[in-house]
Design a protein around this ligand. Structure first.
Ligand code: ADP
Length: 616
């Protein structure tokens, strides 16, 4: 800019005016020698000139003032320009100015750094040449778009006749959207940049005068974004993987959970099964601790032993058996603990709470934990008392039957032996006596065998009842006739108490009962006494009775005599005859008919045997 000079141009004009005034004054002095009319004319001319000079003087002063103001404005503008220049130069982003075709016309310092080229070399080059080939179509499209926008702006301005951007002679059009693209400097690496573009144009010519490019290197940001994106992707991949793993684990857990639920249900069911099996088992069951205390007992065991559950749980299994057996039991359980045996089966006597003995078969095993440590014993107990009694009865029966059979046989053998020895050949009376003994014993033997077989068949129910409607009186008559000769022999009178009762029975069996009872009554009655046979109806049953005036039966035997081979006096067999099986046969027959048999007796006064038969 040209520096301000004070002597130009206003000062020159003042000097010229002053020069004119000087010359006019000289002219006025010279005019005195001139003619009056000429002088008047000259005076008027000088006055006009002075007036003109004054106007000129005022104009010169005004111009001077304007010049001062202009100078100040120029200084302000220069300062503004410097500021913009500095701003342009020191801007952190690249700032390029191109023409409408994109030829670089100006570049700032940051542009040199970004494009790695001195601005002298940048200027004159097409900016598109710094764009990698792939990005050039977009670059050109954006330039075209800018031109289009400018063209639209110009048209609008022309149509409305207004300049909506004020009184500027040039207009500026920004691309409404900034965009990002890559640049490729001649040397160095490609970089990403964010672009902000605006075009300056003349509204009248509709031509872009310059395009201003603000280019910011965003490579670092891009790299950071890329890193962030990769991190995000990695994170997403990890999340996906982890989600997959968690889903698998979840599925696995669900499976395990449902397995566990199934197992738990199965356990509950099996536990319920076990509990039911334990509670409803026919046999006694118990869990017994290693110290032989009962830990759990089932209802059957309580019933069997007569104790309540609470009572048993305070007891040891030793307390239910004899001391000697308890000692044996301890050593058996010890064998289980030592693993010498897997289970133990014993049959021994236990004692009911009421004190009577029970024969119990007990199976015992030991439950161990996972480390094979003994936990408790499991005991199953079965009452075999009836079997034991039956076995005992059978044993007794065989022993007694053998004895009973052997006695007459021995007698027969003895008699026949004597006869066979010939020692009695000459003694006819003795021989006859021996033969008589042998015959009597043979008869007894036959009776005995008959009774045994009869009882056996009855008890085994091999003789089914053939029931029919019978008059009780008929049955009683027929029985009486059978024993009539014996009664006469013993001089005993049989009294019948008649009754028109009908019964639904097997007549032969009931006659057998009546004969047996009458036989006994006659046998155990003193001569010339009487035996009474009667029958009467009771509520829902018929009651038969056979009464004698004999020796009677002790109270302690009134029940026992209905057992096998049971006699009040063992000498009765020899003296009175009989097998001890008659009443056992009677009881079996009466029970088969659904009745009951018993005896009421007073020793020395006689006995009355009763039996009932239900009314049909
Ligand atoms: P037995 O063949 O020995 O008579 P029973 O079974 O008929 O066999 O009788 C068993 C026992 O009952 C008899 O041996 C006798 O001791 C006793 N007894 C039976 N009936 C009478 C009675 N009327 N009076 C006294 N004792 C009797």
């Amino acid at each position: 800019m040209t520096p301000y000079r004070k002597d130009k141009p206003e000062m020159g004009l003042e000097r010229q005016i002053q020069g004119i005034q000087v010359r006019l004054n000289a002219l006025r002095q010279n005019a005195e020698s001139v003619s009056v009319p000429s002088r008047t004319l000259l005076e008027e001319a000088i006055a006009d000139l002075n007036s003109t000079l004054e106007e000129l003087q005022a104009t010169a002063e005004e111009l001077s003032q304007q010049n001062i103001e202009l100078l100040a404005t120029r200084q302000d503008l220069e300062a503004e320009r410097q500021r913009y220049r500095t701003l342009f130069e020191l801007a952190p982003d690249a700032y390029l100015v191109t023409d409408a075709k994109g030829i670089i016309q100006a570049a700032n310092c940051a542009s040199e750094i970004l494009f790695q080229l001195h601005r002298d070399l940048l200027v004159g080059k097409l900016l598109v040449m710094f764009v990698p080939p792939a990005g050039r179509p977009l670059f050109r499209t954006q330039l075209e778009r800018l031109t289009e926008l400018v063209s639209q702006d110009s048209t609008q301005t022309a149509e409305t006749g207004e300049n909506d951007r004020g009184s500027c002679t040039t207009l500026v059009r920004h691309l409404s959207q900034d965009w990002e693209m890559q640049f490729q400097p001649r040397k160095g690496q490609t970089f990403s940049a964010a672009l902000s573009i605006c075009a300056k144009y003349e509204p009248d010519s509709r031509a872009i005068s310059s395009i201003h490019w603000l280019i910011r290197d965003i490579s670092d940001r891009k790299r950071a974004e890329e890193t962030l994106k990769q991190s995000n992707q990695q994170l997403e991949t990890r999340v996906t993987q982890r989600t997959g793993e968690l889903s698998q684990v979840n599925t696995q857990l669900q499976l395990e959970l449902s397995d566990r639920k199934r197992a738990q249900l199965a356990l509950l069911q099996s536990e319920e099964l076990f509990r039911n099996a334990f509670a409803f088992a026919v046999n006694g069951l118990a869990l017994v601790g290693l110290d032989r205390h009962f830990l759990r007992v089932n209802p059957s065991l309580c019933r069997l032993l007569g104790y309540t559950e609470t009572e048993l749980l305070t007891m040891t299994s030793d307390q239910l058996i004899e001391d000697s057996e308890a000692e044996r039991q301890r050593s058996e359980l010890n064998q289980l603990v030592l693993g010498e045996v897997q289970s133990i089966q014993t049959e021994r006597r236990y004692f009911h709470k009421l004190g009577y003995p029970l024969w119990i078969v007990a199976s015992t095993s030991l439950v161990r934990d996972f480390q094979s440590e003994p936990l408790y014993f499991v005991k199953q107990m079965q009452d075999v008392t009836e079997r034991r009694i039956a076995e005992q009865v059978k044993t007794d029966f065989i022993a007694i039957a053998s004895h009973e059979l052997r006695t007459p046989l021995a007698s027969i053998r003895g008699s026949l032996g004597l006869l066979a020895s010939g020692n009695l050949d000459t003694k006819a009376e003795s021989s006859k006596q021996m033969l008589s003994v042998a015959a009597l014993e043979s008869e007894r033997l036959v009776r005995l065998v008959d009774d045994i077989l009869s009882l056996d068949r009855l008890e085994a129910q091999k003789l089914p009842l053939e029931r029919q409607l019978c008059r009780a009186a008929d049955l009683m008559n027929r029985a009486t006739q059978s024993v009539q000769s014996l009664a006469e022999e013993r001089n005993i009178a049989i009294t019948l108490i008649p009754n028109e009762i009908e019964v639904w029975v097997d007549p032969d069996r009931i006659i057998q009962v009546l004969i047996n009872l009458l036989n006994n009554a006659i046998k155990f009655s003193p001569p010339q006494s009487s035996v009474a046979l009667g029958v009467q109806t009771q509520t829902e049953q018929v009651l038969f009775q056979v009464r004698d005036r004999g020796r009677g039966i002790p109270a302690s035997k009134t029940e026992a005599i209905f057992g096998r081979f049971q006699q009040v006096d063992s000498s009765d067999t020899r003296q009175i005859g009989g097998t001890g099986l008659g009443l056992a046969i009677c009881r079996t027959i009466v029970q088969q008919h659904g009745g009951h048999i018993w005896v009421e007796s007073i020793e020395g006064e006689g006995s009355t045997f009763y039996f009932t038969l239900p009314i049909m």
